[in-house]
Design a protein around this ligand. Sequence first.
Ligand SMILES: [Zn+2]
Length: 136
Amino acid sequence: MFCGIVAGDVPSVKVAEDATTFAFMDINPASDGHLLVVPKRHSKDLFEIPADDLAAVTLTAQRVAKAAAREFGADGVNLLNCCGADAWQSVFHFHLHVIPRYTDKSKDGLTLPWAPVPGDVDTITELGGRLEKALN
Ligand SMILES: [Zn+2]
């Protein structure tokens, strides 16, 4: 679907485009100015995207986030990537959400069910240690 948007076969409200990335407005916005940045070259998700495309998408996201903050007077921005259906990915072409955030909740409908509570220190330490080993 996002390949179709990049190709121009599927209509979108384009915000920015360069040699490797394409940014367009999300049609199901969580807040005023919510948009998506995708690599033009198809990658399914975070695990698959080549490093150069990931870097380019991230830099474009920063550029449009700054513009959204200036232009819309956003008070903050969330970048969100979902990798895998269990992580809420629904379109399997890598995309980074750029979600301007506002103190004024009439412009900002984003809420998450996650309410941080302190975790079990032993479990955190064990998982961190396993990950550190796996990275070496
Ligand atoms: Zn695609």
